[in-house]
Design a binder for this molecule. Structure first.
Ligand code: SAM
Ligand code: SF4
Ligand code: F3S
Length: 456
């Protein structure tokens, strides 16, 4: 869950004294959702809403929600109670939007009387109008057009370091377990000139890092061949000259050698690829409709490491997919050992109503799922620790992202490792040279060597 700290200097819509109303936004889920909240905030700023960080001080409360797993859904429902309490004290308009709203629809209005309006994952542009109508009519509104349609909306960015730039919305892959094609609609690629204009604006506003976003960035242009493909787009973004460019997520079936060659060719494209494998068992990969085998995946990782020797490959794994046997799971562990992922996000399979696999029995017992989750986490930690130890004594370029609770600065290497820099006095958004002195499975610790900027 992310709450908002607004950055006026770099937003297309600024806070002004004329804004008398307050909006509180709570966000769950992926970076796509976080970025959509930046758009919601931009739109509402245009409509005269300044941000606030507590429900109690808000005139409008927005939940931007995630439906990827049942647990994610339950967490959101658990938060509705607080809005109800505040509503007893003073009038607040409560809007419930995002992926849960899109897939659950009007049943939410019946189940949660505290919700005043529902909105989905697209047509966010209608939000100010919906809020105005609910405020004047005192009537509850369900506004859930099909998840389609791309808008170019104003933005209030949360970070001064990373500017998120959407390149595709939706997904047409229909992996058997996944709710996203239903909650976000089919793949829609954004015109390259819009992407490039936004990147130019962000660079001009001083952003050192651009993060290109899509559920499957490698499918860019598949719906609009005239836009070119992801490798073309990535190259054009690199030529604009941001200090660092990242992208997420990549799909093992769709990632091309041309994308990897582009990463190799441009110094400002980071040496990191998030390539979700999900399972190491061919049987399970087939059931998941992933479109590749474990051998295909190994070949892509090998190719990536040949073309970009320093590349950090991170991944997502699902344990306990219907019918996953011990032998299937051992295949997953073997693949993890072989691929040596820098980071693994692992989740227990969660049936999502409406998806294809939800029709299958969820037959892996909870205790087995838990044991497999722990086994993946343990292996992931061991691998990460070994990889990170290899950095001790080396000097790396770190983009400073912020300060942690104990006051230390932290940032990331080009290849997406977290570096903590105690005792440093450095500026957020700068790239510094750091000598690594210690490593854990979670990241690196070091001393700022040359406080001056290094190349990237
Ligand atoms: N588009 C990305 C890809 O295919 O690499 C993934 C996006 S999905 C929102 C993020 C991750 O959530 C997936 O990679 C998968 O590991 C996990 N996930 C999705 N549906 C799930 C489910 N029903 N149960 C458990 N994990 C799930
Ligand atoms: Fe979901 Fe698969 Fe699309 Fe990723 S590629 S968002 S896992 S359907
Ligand atoms: Fe969740 Fe929707 Fe993202 S389901 S992971 S917020 S696309």
């Amino acid at each position: 869950m992310a709450s908002f700290r607004w950055i006026d200097e770099v937003s297309s819509v600024r806070y002004s004294e004329a804004m008398t109303k307050r909006v509180y936004i709570e966000t769950w889920g992926c970076q796509m959702n976080v970025h959509q909240s930046e758009r919601i905030a931009g739109l509402l700023a245009q409509a005269g809403y300044a941000p606030t960080t507590t429900i109690d001080t808000a005139d409008v409360v927005i939940f931007n929600t995630c439906a990827v797993r049942q647990k994610a859904e339950e967490k959101v429902y658990g938060r509705i109670g607080e809005v109800m309490q505040v509503k007893k004290r003073h009038p607040v308009l409560f809007g419930f939007g995002g992926c849960i709203a899109q897939v659950r629809g009007a049943e939410l209005m019946r189940r949660f009387p505290a919700i005043d309006f529902l909105f989905g994952t697209s047509n966010l542009a209608d939000l100010p109008g919906i809020i105005a109508r609910v405020a004047s009519d005192e009537e509850r509104i369900t506004h859930l057009p099909p998840a389609a349609g791309t808008e170019e909306l104003p933005v209030r960015r949360m970070s001064t370091v990373t500017a998120m730039v959407t390149i595709t919305e939706g997904c047409s892959n229909f992996c058997s377990y996944c709710i996203v094609p239903y909650s976000r609609g089919p793949l829609r690629s954004r015109p390259p000139q819009h992407v490039l204009a936004e990147v130019r604006d962000a660079v001009a506003a001083g952003y050192p890092e651009i993060l290109l976003l899509g559920q499957n960035v490698d499918s860019y242009g598949r719906d609009r061949p005239e836009y070119g493909d992801f490798a073309d787009l990535l190259e054009q973004v690199a030529r604009i000259g941001p200090r660092r460019i990242r992208f997420t997520s990549s799909h093992p079936r769709d990632m091309t050698s041309r994308v990897l060659e582009t990463v190799a060719r441009y110094d400002n494209i980071c040496n990191h690829v998030h390539l979700a494998v999900q399972s190491g068992s061919n049987r399970i990969l087939h059931a998941m409709n992933r479109g590749y085998t474990a051998a295909d995946f190994r070949a892509i990782v090998d190719r990536a490491r040949t073309l970009v020797p320093e590349i950090n490959v991170t991944t997502d794994i699902i344990v306990g997919y219907p019918g996953e046997t011990d032998a299937d799971f051992q295949d997953t562990l073997r693949l993890i050992e072989r691929a040596r992922f820098g980071t693994i996000f692992v989740a227990k399979y969660s049936p999502r109503p409406g998806t294809r696999s939800a029709r299958l029995p969820d037959d892996v017992p909870a205790a087995v799922k838990e044991a497999r989750l722990r086994a993946v986490l343990e292996l992931a930690r061991t691998i990460a620790l070994n990889l990170n130890r290899g950095f001790i004594g080396r000097t790396v370029a770190v983009l400073v992202e912020g300060r942690n609770r104990s006051g230390s600065y932290y940032g990331r290497t080009d290849d997406h490792r977290t570096v903590t820099m105690p005792d440093a006095e450095i500026a957020i958004g700068k790239i510094v040279s750091v000598r690594i002195s210690a490593a854990s499975s979670a990241g690196l610790t070091g001393t700022v060597d040359v406080p001056a900027e290094v190349r990237r």
